[in-house]
Ligand binder design. Sequence first.
Ligand code: ZN
Length: 135
Amino acid sequence: MGGIRPVAEIASFHAHIYFDRESERAAALDLRAAIAERFSVRLGTIWDRPVGPHSKAMYQVAFEPELFETFVPWLMLNRLGLSILVHPNTINQKRDHLDDSLWIGAALEIHGEVLPEAAEAELAGEPNTTPTVAP
Ligand code: ZN
């Protein structure tokens, strides 16, 4: 059987945490603070408008594959009602977002047509959090 892909294709993961600017922004910021207290990750810009393929305000959390087994279950328990997209980062961003992702909470529209199908796989980058609390 062809087409089986090795997990080593995954350079990092993103969690995108979406929020409504009026009704969910405070929860999204609470969740962001709780993440920063517990996980060594790279928190991205808080976008109060849709950017790139994302159809709603959101921020990105980039993390190493090794963190998946604790961070993703923690998000399942602590999403505060928000929609979260978790996707791998490989060389095919369109496939990463549309076909190989998972949703925690309600799924939202993703505008995959703006994403490249061949690019350098994105690394998690240097963490910008300093966790002090066990998850
Ligand atoms: Zn992403």
